[in-house]
Design a protein around this ligand. Structure first.
Ligand code: NAD
Ligand code: DAU
Length: 344
């Protein structure tokens, strides 16, 4: 991490810190590095929820700024106050990108460009970019897992916009010598996961005795990683990763959607009658798998949370935090910002 690793206290700009992974990252970082200071820049779209960070809001080392990563004025102002950018902010849901791709290109591509440009203008700030395994496209059943040498070959508007962002990050490294790193991670799960994605949607539906919508035949395969393993990997890349390099992070837990659904049903004492097979996602990527041997060899990172144990704990979290997801379902969570912060 060059010069900033030796500083007693690092100042971070976390973008998208009110979302699922970003809020878990902020909680993780404040616990691991209590002297560091974090600015969380988030526009609070439908997935941005400040109730994810209730436990951090009174921490003097944490500051929330409601704003758009596409707005150069806001971004440039914050950039002067920080040493390191960890860039999570994005439109993140594939199904939404199929219905309306415009905001995906604006936020994921242009927003990343604005951040890179501001980081460059502020003297070349250290920049870690959160990408996804989806930029590599998809795999057939017997194909070897993706690694850092896999070409970017996205197949959905979401993954195409994330690939565009990734190209820009590398372009700023080569052209402007911006000190960047990139991580490509597989499907995360864990607490505070917005209930539109498979695991939280199915768990919360079952808690309300509703059926779970499996796309197509449920044969698509995803590699699930606990969000805490992902965030620990990001930390290690920031601290030990080589500038200009990409690191693939995965859970080593490939499972078909149907097998995962059956596992959730078993852990929640429900039967197969709760499955509803629905129309498939257009262009549905068949399989993702990640070879994380580079992260293991260079950083000493590997996922630590056993999938079934992590899933069980996650289900327990949704059982104990009914109010959290019911406030999302009712829309009440969107009032929390005005109540706590007033209008900025
Ligand atoms: P999320 O949708 O839960 O959170 C995204 C956050 O970004 C929200 O808080 C939202 O308000 C914020 N945001 C959106 N547009 C913004 C803008 N214009 N300005 C400022 N903030 C804005 O997403 P997530 O699942 O937490 O994913 C975070 C990042 O990780 C994304 O970049 C995603 O592509 C990547 N990723 C996600 C997964 C996964 O399984 N969820 C896996 C690999 C990579
Ligand atoms: O691989 C990393 C990616 O994982 C991230 O980059 C994305 O931001 C994140 O949303 C996630 O993308 P997926 O499309 O894989 O996640 P999702 O939870 O939407 O879907 C997981 C699988 O489950 C996928 O094959 C589609 C299927 N599915 C999803 C939903 C929401 C269903 O069968 N039914 C559903 O209702």
């Amino acid at each position: 991490m060059g010069d900033i690793i030796n500083k007693k206290s690092i100042r971070l700009l976390v973008t998208g810190g009110a979302g699922f992974i970003g809020s878990n990252f902020i909680r993780y970082w404040l616990k691991e590095y209590p002297d560091d200071k974090i600015v969380n820049l988030d526009i609070l779209n439908y997935a941005g929820n400040l109730e994810n960070l209730k436990d951090a809001e009174n921490n003097p080392n944490y500051k929330f700024v409601k704003g758009d990563i596409c707005d150069m004025g806001t971004v440039a102002e914050i950039m002067g106050e920080v040493d390191l950018i960890v860039h999570f902010a994005a439109e993140s849901h594939v199904d939404r990108s199929i219905m309306d791709s415009g905001n995906f290109v604006r936020v994921n591509v242009e927003g990343t460009r604005v951040l890179l440009e501001a980081a460059k203008n502020a003297g070349g700030k250290r920049f870690h970019h959160i990408s996804t395994d989806e930029v590599f496209g998809h795999l057939g059943p017997g194909d070897p897992a993706f690694n850092e040498r896999a070409p970017l070959s996205p197949r959905s508007p979401y993954s195409a916009s994330k690939a565009g962002a990734e190209h820009l990050v590398r372009a700023y490294f080569h052209t402007h010598k911006l000190p960047v790193t990139i991580s490509n991670c597989s499907n995360n799960y864990g607490p505070y996961h917005f209930p539109e994605k498979l695991i939280p949607l199915f768990v919360t539906n079952l808690l309300e005795d509703k059926k779970v919508p499996v796309y197509g035949k449920g044969e698509n395969v995803r590699d699930w990683i606990h969000v805490d393993d992902h965030n620990r990997g990001v930390d290690m890349i920031i601290k030990k990763g080589r500038i200009g390099e990409t690191y693939c992070l995965g859970g080593g837990n490939e499972i078909s959607n149907l097998a995962l659904t059956r596992m959730i049903l078993r852990l929640m004492d429900k039967d197969e009658a709760m499955i509803e097979y629905v129309a498939d996602r257009p262009g549905h990527d068949l399989r993702y798998a990640i070879d994380f041997s580079k992260a293991r060899h260079e950083l000493g990172w590997e996922p630590e949370i056993d999938f079934e144990a992590g899933l069980k704990n996650t289900i327990e979290w949704y059982k104990k935090n009914k109010e959290w997801w019911q406030r999302i379902r009712s829309g009440a969570y969107q009032e929390y910002y005005n109540k706590q912060y007033g209008k900025q």
